[in-house]
Design a protein. Structure first.
Length: 83
């Protein structure tokens, strides 16, 4: 699985480019994409939509800071992680 666009979406979100990040993840239909999508909606303040995406990702909704969760996602996307 190519994770480069997910990593790019996380970088964009870190820079405050939420709309562009969201556009990148909208077309992803896998657990990793759903996790990034959930993080973005949580940051947006749309907890209901975030909960939907966390469920699609097989994850519990995060209570970490957005940056800490993004670091966790990046670590999980590392080639050796198997996500």
């Amino acid at each position: 699985m190519d994770v480069s666009e997910l990593l790019q979406a996380l970088d964009l979100a870190d820079r405050g480019e939420w709309d562009t990040a969201h556009t990148l993840v909208q077309s992803r239909d896998d657990a990793a994409g759903a996790w990034v999508h959930a993080n973005l909606h949580r940051e947006e303040g749309d907890d209901g939509n975030a909960a939907y995406w966390y469920a699609k990702a097989g994850k519990e909704p995060s209570t970490k800071s957005f940056a800490d969760e993004r670091a966790e996602i990046r670590a999980a996307l590392a080639p050796s992680s198997g996500v």
